[in-house]
Ligand binder design. Structure first.
Ligand code: SF4
Length: 122
């Protein structure tokens, strides 16, 4: 029987999830949100993607990014490959789209923070 740790709140209930005759049964949850989470984990697990992309012209070499919505867990690795190939250019505003429709998922990869353009010395 698949077991998942519910990550909806810090309590971290251990969920036992099974499908019987097409019906998903979740136990171990202390609230209804855990039941929904357990069912999603079994049928269609999703995650927000958080990472960094290379950026040039800014004070830091990497720009933190986040997906605009949760992505199917099975697509995260492919989307990360796209993120790692991307290079942003300063200036960037928080919330700016860095990669539109990443891997055809319908989600955009957004800047998690603003980064100003740093003027070259000399
Ligand atoms: S089942 Fe409810 S109480 Fe338990 S971790 Fe999930 S959200 Fe929190």
């Amino acid at each position: 029987m698949p077991e998942y740790v519910c990550i909806v709140c810090p309590t971290g209930c251990i969920l036992n999830v099974q499908e019987i005759d097409g019906k998903v049964i979740v136990s171990g949850n202390e609230c209804a949100r855990g039941a929904a989470y357990g069912e999603n984990e079994l049928k269609n697990p999703v995650r927000l993607l958080t990472s960094t992309v290379a950026i040039s012209g800014a004070i830091h070499p990497r720009l933190p990014v986040v997906s605009s919505q949760e992505l199917p867990k099975a697509m995260i690795e492919k989307c990360l490959e796209e993120v790692y190939k991307t290079k942003a250019l300063a200036p960037v505003l928080k919330g700016q789209v860095i990669i539109p429709n990443v891997c055809g998922t319908g989600a955009d990869i957004l800047a998690s923070r603003s980064m100003a353009l740093v003027e070259a010395a000399g």
